[in-house]
Each structure stands twice: as structure tokens, then as C-alpha cells.
Design a binder for this molecule. Structure first.
Ligand code: ARG
Length: 574
């Protein structure tokens, strides 16, 4: 246990139970970092109110029952009934050494590991991945990395849009192209392919009619049609794979579980819902009206399971996916990293899945919603020409801009290193800008801010890491395990390092990666203050120098590990 906060919390729970009875043991001791001591505990305030006793008296009683001789050098009742806690130097040093010796760096392993399905990225076949898919991909990947690190079994599910009526026109367009001997799907630009098909569909009634017939053939399982569909899907998957590779995202082909996967299950979903008495036919469509969802006029809202024309849509597929994830994959936690506009759709799917018993405790579903990416004008992020921004173009620009910034900051880097580091910095900056904002909020995409070396940015954190690595290039000394914590800055840094595990755990609970970003920023800032105040290589004596080198190394390891959990590389030089 390397987090003093945990040790203090346990000690308070025991003291409260000893002083006031076991029924109060679960009282939150409300321990926070404090400017007056290392920590302050506010437990006596709430407890005093509950017991009808003055908080100061309660605080004195807790203090008398606290067994913290090994941990605290001072425990003091202050003000209306706060408890100020000062940690012992040797205790802080011990906990820090324990973190340094722990390969997990204090990240706890879940006591009750779960199988977690994470539905993320989920782009649509034959369409360009755009900046809207960026957030799902980046957030989902960070969440997947964090939950795996906490010891859960993570199953990634890329719910690719690979089925539906648009495939009629796409296949007809492909056939036209092949007949004209034009176009090669493997090399073609998928956006223009989609647009050309769409334009023909809108302008040419005969083409539109062919497309509709093609949808029927596709749904009927016609082999040649399925063959064309497969080549369209394969071309898109190759393309998505290349984007994931460039972004350093952990999704692979094995994680693809597209909408089409559920086709065979859809009639069963419909008939089971009918048999359960949950679905009714309304205006020719099979619908479920889950309680609590109403439209503008207070009229019940339908979740459409089967459309008027007999086809199944997005909602039916999602219901089948819930069933599959719980029953076949064995997931207990279902995480959907999908934009906020789909909140109602997902809430209705979850509600129906619960009504039908397909989603029953301990299994549960969570919508990890997120806001939009905005341009400098605070409107939806678009290119100059008003088009949606393509993800690949964004990565290209990130590489270029980062290379320019690096050339200025560090002209000595050789060509090859610079290109590699520029890619890490560019992609890292884009990812970090996305992750460091509270996900539910919209954010403005601002190259200059995300690439700045100051502030809560990836370059700032990466630079702090590289700076520490550069210290070790200037010395033969290796970090050891003797750690002493004496100065104010060392102590603040040490206590921040010890919080790493709690920060990661919090992301696992809340699925809000910005909390880990805020932690890493605190850590890098505490390091900067330490480094300004405490000489390392020029420390007064060998013991201090060895200890500080160990602290530096530990900070670098925590920074690199934290960034890695966010999907960001930390190069050794910058
Ligand atoms: N393909 C969908 C889109 O681009 C996102 C799918 C999200 N996942 C889900 N299970 N509905 O909007």
C-alpha cells in the first residue's frame, strides 16, 4: 500500500469505530491535501452533526483513538474541529521506496476483476473516418488501457457500420465502376466513392431503383452480392487499420464486431420481444415503448425493432449486441463510447434490454458520452472548404506541425529521431487535447495550444519525462533504492507520486480519462518545482544525490506509464 491516503483512511475508520461504535466505521473521513499540514481530515464535522456533539469534542475523541505513531509526526485538532495530519519523513520515504520497487507503480489490481466490453471507434464502412470518430477512438482506447491495467479482462468491440440500405447504392456503383474498367477499390478514396454513389442515387432514378433491388438481394443472401459487399468491407477495414496504426490505437481486425455480425440473431430478438409481451405492432412497425421515454407531446417514444418494410435497423442490432455481449462474451460491464447525440437511443436500448432480462445485474451498461470537437469559430470543426476534417489529414498535419516546433526547440536532433519524436509529439498532442478535457464538454481544436510546451499539454508532460531521461545520460549513476525525503519540494513531489494508483483507479470507476491527465499535470508541475529547488547531479552529498536520482527516475517512470495508459508515447529525448 503505497498511498498514504489509503493508510490514513483505514486508520480513521478504525479510530471512529473504536470511539463511536462499529456502526460509524463507514463514515467518510474526508481526508484532503492541505496547505496547513500534509493532510486535513474533516470527519468530525459531519459526525458531530450526526451525533449531536460539538465537532471539536468528536475530533479529540478520534485523535485519542488514532493509531498512527508510525505514520504521522503530528496530529492536531484545529479550527472548528479539523484534524491536521503531518506525515513522518521516514514514513513518506518508505512509501516512496515501496512505489519505486513496485512494477505496477502503485496501480492496484482490481479485487473483483470483471469482463468489460468496450464499444468504441465504430466507424462506418465506405465512409471516411472523420474527426467525430476521433473522440470515440481516443477515449475508448485510453479507457481500454486503464481497465486492463487495473486487472480487468477487456474485450474491445468495434461496432463498425457495415450493413444497411446504403450498401445497395455502394454495390451498384462498384459494379458500374468495374464494368467501365475504372477505379480500383484497394487504392480508391472512400469518401469520393461514397459521394459519387450518393450523387448518382439522387440524380438517376434507374440507378436508385437498381440500388433498392440490390439491398433486397443483399438481405436475401445472394452470393455474388455478398461477394461485392465483402470487398467493400475489406477495403474499409484495411483503411481503418492503417489509421489505427498511425494513431497508435490498440484496435485490430480481431476486435471488429460489425453490425452485420448480428444479422442472424435479429428475427430472434424480435420474436422474443413479442413473446415477452414487450413489443407491439404500431403503424406496421414492431416497436417497444419503454416506460419513461416520451416525445414532445408526452407521447410514448418507440424503439423500432422491425421497420414497416420488414427490415431491421440500428436499434435491433444494438439489442442483439447487448445479448451477445452478456450471454456469449460473459461481460458484466458494457461500456459504449459514443457521442452525446446518441444518448437517448442508447438509454432506450438499455431500458429494453433490462425489461427483457437480457441485461440483468450484476451486468450493467454505461454510456460514455462525449461532446463535439469545435473549430476556432466555436462551430463544428470543418475544413476551410466546409468539409468534415479527415482523420488522416489531421495526423499528417500533427506530424508537420510537431516537426516544426521540435526543429525550433531542439535543432540538434538528427533527422530520423526528429521524425519519430515529431510523430509521437504530434499524435500525443492531439490525443491529449481530447483526453484532458472533461469528455462531456465540447472543446475547441487549437493546434497552438495543444502543441505548447507550457500548460496542461502532452508536450509539457513529454518534455518533463525527456528532461529526466537526459539527466541519466549525463551520469553513470543508476537510480538506487535508498530514498530520503527532506525538503518541502521533495515531500510535495513524493506525496503526488504516491497518488498515481488512486488516479488510475478513479478513471476505472468514472471512465473520465481527464482525471488521469490532471494528475499527470500535477506530477509534472511538482517535479518542475522540485527540480528548480533541489539540485540533483550537484546535490551536496552522495546520499542526497542518489536519493534525488531515484526520485527523478520514479517520476519519469510514472509519467511514461501514465502517458502510456492514455495511448501516448514518451520518447527519451525531445
Ligand atoms: N457507427 C455508429 C456511428 O458512426 C456508431 C456505433 C456506436 N455503437 C453502437 N453500439 N451503437 O454513428
Amino acid at each position: 500500500m503505497a498511498d498514504p491516503l489509503l493508510t490514513l483512511t483505514r486508520a480513521f475508520e478504525a479510530a471512529i469505530a473504536a470511539a463511536f461504535g462499529a456502526e460509524h466505521a463507514a463514515t467518510d473521513p474526508m481526508i484532503r491535501r492541505s496547505a496547513h499540514a500534509d493532510y486535513q481530515a474533516n470527519a468530525a464535522m459531519a459526525l458531530g452533526k450526526k451525533l449531536g456533539r460539538p465537532p471539536r469534542v468528536v475530533a479529540e475523541a478520534i485523535k485519542a483513538a488514532l493509531r498512527l505513531d508510525d505514520v504521522c509526526s503530528k496530529v492536531e485538532v484545529a479550527g472548528p474541529g479539523f484534524l491536521n495530519l503531518v506525515l513522518r519523513d521516514d514514513y513518506v520515504a518508505r512509501e516512496l521506496a515501496a512505489t519505486a520497487a513496485d512494477p505496477r507503480l502503485g496501480v492496484p489490481a482490481a479485487r473483483d476483476p470483471e469482463t468489460v466490453v468496450i464499444d468504441y471507434s465504430s466507424p462506418n464502412v465506405a465512409k471516411e473516418m472523420h474527426v467525430g470518430h476521433l473522440r470515440s477512438t481516443i477515449l475508448g482506447d485510453a479507457i481500454a488501457r486503464v481497465l486492463s491495467a487495473l486487472g480487468h479482462t477487456v474485450v474491445r468491440q468495434n461496432h463498425v457500420g457495415d450493413w444497411g440500405t446504403p450498401f445497395g447504392m455502394l454495390i451498384e456503383h462498384l459494379i458500374d465502376q468495374e464494368q467501365a474498367g475504372e477505379g480500383d477499390l484497394s487504392a480508391s478514396d472512400l469518401t469520393s466513392f461514397y459521394k459519387a454513389a450518393r450523387a448518382k442515387f439522387d440524380a438517376d432514378p434507374a440507378f436508385a431503383e437498381r440500388s433498392r433491388r440490390r439491398v433486397v438481394l443483399l438481405q436475401g443472401g445472394d452470393e455474388p452480392t455478398l461477394g461485392k459487399w465483402k470487398s467493400l468491407v475489406a477495403a474499409s477495414m484495411r483503411y481503418f487499420g492503417s489509421v489505427y496504426g498511425r494513431l497508435g490505437v490498440t484496435l485490430t481486425d480481431a476486435d471488429v464486431a460489425g453490425e452485420s455480425l448480428y444479422n442472424a440473431a435479429l428475427p430472434g430478438v424480435a420474436s422474443d420481444l413479442e413473446q415477452l409481451g414487450l413489443a407491439t405492432v404500431s403503424e406496421g412497425a414492431l416497436c417497444v415503448f419503454p416506460p419513461g421515454f416520451t416525445g414532445r407531446e408526452d407521447d410514448p417514444l418507440p424503439l423500432i425493432v422491425r421497420k414497416q418494410d420488414g427490415g431491421y435497423g440500428y436499434a435491433a442490432t444494438d439489442l442483439a449486441a447487448v445479448r451477445h455481449r452478456v450471454a456469449a462474451i460473459g461481460a458484466r460491464r458494457l461500456v459504449y463510447v459514443v457521442g452525446a447525440p446518441q444518448a437517448q437511443h442508447l438509454a432506450m436500448v438499455f431500458a429494453v434490454a433490462k425489461l427483457s432480462g437480457w441485461l440483468a445485474p450484476p451486468a450493467r451498461a454505461e454510456h460514455v458520452a462525449f461532446g463535439s470537437v469545435l473549430g476556432p469559430d466555436r462551430k463544428m470543426f470543418k475544413t476551410r472548404g466546409g468539409e468534415t476534417v479527415r482523420l488522416v489529414d489531421l495526423v499528417d498535419e500533427a506530424d508537420d506541425r510537431a516537426a516544426k516546433v521540435l526543429a525550433e526547440k531542439n535543432p540538434d536532433l538528427d533527422e530520423e529521431t526528429r521524425a519519430r519524436v515529431a510523430h509521437a509529439v504530434g499524435v500525443g498532442a492531439v490525443k491529449y487535447a481530447d483526453l484532458s478535457n472533461d469528455r462531456i464538454k465540447d472543446y475547441v481544436f487549437d493546434w497552438d495550444r495543444m502543441l505548447a510546451f507550457e500548460g496542461n499539454t502532452a508536450p509539457y508532460l513529454m518534455y518533463a519525462h525527456a528532461r529526466i531521461r537526459s539527466i541519466f545520460r549525463k551520469t553513470d549513476a543508476k537510480p538506487g533504492d535508498a530514498i530520503a525525503v527532506t525538503t518541502k519540494e521533495e515531500r510535495a513531489l513524493a506525496l503526488t507520486i504516491c497518488r498515481f494508483g488512486a488516479a488510475v483507479e478513479e478513471v476505472g470507476d468514472t471512465l473520465c480519462p481527464h482525471k488521469l491527465c490532471a494528475y499527470l499535470y500535477d506530477l509534472a508541475s511538482a517535479f518542475t518545482s522540485f527540480y528548480e529547488a533541489c539540485p540533483v547531479l550537484k546535490a551536496d552529498d552522495d546520499a542526497t544525490r542518489a536519493s534525488r536520482l531515484s526520485i527523478c527516475d520514479l517520476v519519469a517512470r510514472v509519467l511514461a506509464r501514465g502517458l502510456d495508459l492514455l495511448g501516448i508515447d514518451a520518447p527519451d529525448r525531445m
